[in-house]
Design a protein around this ligand. Structure first.
Ligand code: ARG
Length: 467
């Protein structure tokens, strides 16, 4: 048995907490990360209590000054975190009482750690969402500008990872950008449900003091007080929503990463990544490895893990607060850190991608990527699509044996398969002709890509205005 540890409930207990149990149940080693938000919430709570006459103005000022000093101690690394004091909330409150005496003990009037921790974590998530949004926006901007610059750059488009039809590199980048635009909307939507105030729910049923939750909500910048006290202390939907946003975003980043890894390989040779985003090998002197995209791809797994962890944490929990909820923090912290760092890495790296245009062009020229264009050409000359498909299939088979792309065959060679083919066929068999012909909204034509980039810039600007 340990020495008497935590005094805040000592009155009811006849023996001190077991030393191992004290360590096992403590969260201060990780929840000290919430200190800034804990102090912010306490200052708002004390301000509200004074406003409704539960504290005097002198008591409020003593509390606010004490908490402000504690904030400084924490920032300077002078604060002595104590595991026997269990969590960030009781550490700060105990220090406040050390500093200002009996008034410090009045701070917890009309409040419980249950509504306090729920408030802290929402304040924390709101701050982190705003930081993540900045990185996401920076990445989208970089991607849109690169797409605009590469609107004319031709590369093969793939289905089944087999060469399918030529596309422009700008079009490919804007496909990535669309994924991120949806992630951005999801993030801002999640923020709305984060931004609700639990404080005032107290332990679970509310409090007998004449509190004004609208005042606290306004002081903390929350949209409104949570509607139901039982739900307020036990709701962790916002944590699950955030990690589900994070999981989908990481899935997208892993897809982009996979392509970057493939494209930097000698086999594809589509792009170069500047040396600062790569590392070498300790044994193979020739190696330059795309570590950043590889790591982002790898880190996707831990974020999915946190989503499953949080869903399972909340499964079957009876109302209202349960100690289980203390387990929400580490997965959330790690999800936040991982997503922020991966976005930062991508936002730095994407504008620095150097396309190897000749190599992309050559790859698009191989693999009969304009076969569909030849079929469409025949259809325009009155051939039924299924017959056109057959004619082109025979031309490709001939190309495979004679090792010629469609555009490299002579008119006579092409006419073996259909006499309808004329000299103008070569306009559609070129890669430039092929991409330029897909000239409608959502298509790969360079003009469409430039217009799409402009719309993406505008959509990004409008979305930002919504916070
Ligand atoms: N450390 C706790 C948590 O993170 C704070 C709330 C504790 N409440 C309680 N009644 N034991 O959830």
């Amino acid at each position: 048995m340990s020495q008497a540890t935590n005094q805040s409930w000592g009155g009811r207990f006849s023996e001190p907490t077991d030393a191992f149990v004290a360590r096992f149940t403590a969260s201060v080693t990780f929840d000290q990360r919430l200190a800034r938000q804990d102090i912010q919430g306490s200052i708002a709570h004390a301000t509200m209590l004074a406003r409704v006459g539960v504290l005097t103005d002198e008591e409020r000022d003593a509390i606010i000054n004490g908490l402000t000093e504690i904030q400084g101690e924490i920032e300077r690394g002078e604060f002595n975190w104590s595991v026997p004091l269990e969590d960030v909330h009781m550490n700060i409150e105990a220090r406040l009482t050390d500093k200002i005496g009996i008034t410090g003990k009045k701070l917890h009037t009309g409040r419980s750690r249950n509504d306090q921790v729920a408030t802290d974590i929402r304040l924390f998530m709101r701050d982190e969402i705003d930081v993540i949004e900045v990185e996401l926006k920076r990445l989208r901007e970089g991607m849109i500008e690169l797409a605009d610059r590469e609107a004319d750059t031709i590369m093969p488009g793939f289905t089944h990872l087999q060469t399918a039809q030529p596309v422009t590199f700008g079009h490919h980048l804007l496909a990535w950008q669309e994924m991120l635009a949806r992630d951005h909307e999801r993030l801002l939507d999640c923020r709305k449900r984060v931004n609700v105030l639990p404080l005032g729910a107290a332990a679970l049923a509310g409090t007998t003091y004449p509190i004004d939750r609208h005042v606290t909500a306004e002081l903390l910048g929350f949209e409104r007080p949570a509607e139901n006290s039982l739900d307020a202390v036990s709701d962790r939907d916002f944590a699950i929503e955030f990690t589900s946003f994070a999981s989908i975003l990481m899935m997208h980043l892993s897809r982009m990463s996979e392509e970057l890894v493939l494209w930097t390989s000698a086999q594809f040779d589509f792009i170069d990544l500047p040396d600062r985003f790569c590392t070498g090998s300790s044994i193979m002197p020739q190696k330059k490895n795309p570590d950043v995209p590889e790591l982002v791809r790898g880190k996707t797994g831990r974020v999915y893990g946190h989503l499953m962890g949080l869903l399972t944490l909340m499964k079957s929990q009876p109302l209202a607060y349960n100690k289980d909820n203390q387990e929400d923090k580490e997965p959330l912290f790690d999800a936040v850190d991982t997503v922020r760092d991966c976005l930062k890495a991508f936002a730095d790296m994407v504008p620095a991608i150097e396309p190897k245009k000749d190599s992309m062009y050559e790859a698009a020229r191989r693999g009969f990527s304009t076969a569909t264009d030849l079929a469409d050409y025949l259809v325009r000359k009155g051939v039924a699509f299924r017959d056109a498909h057959e004619i082109v299939g025979q031309s490709v088979a001939y190309g495979l044996t004679s090792k010629k792309d469609l555009s490299e065959m002579s008119l006579e060679e092409l006419q073996q398969f259909s006499t309808i083919i004329e000299q103008d066929v070569f306009d559609v068999l070129t890669l430039e002709g092929s991409v330029a012909a897909r000239n409608h909204i959502g298509g790969t034509a360079p003009d469409q890509v430039r217009a799409a980039a402009q719309r993406a810039r505008e959509a990004l600007a409008t979305l930002q205005g919504q916070v």
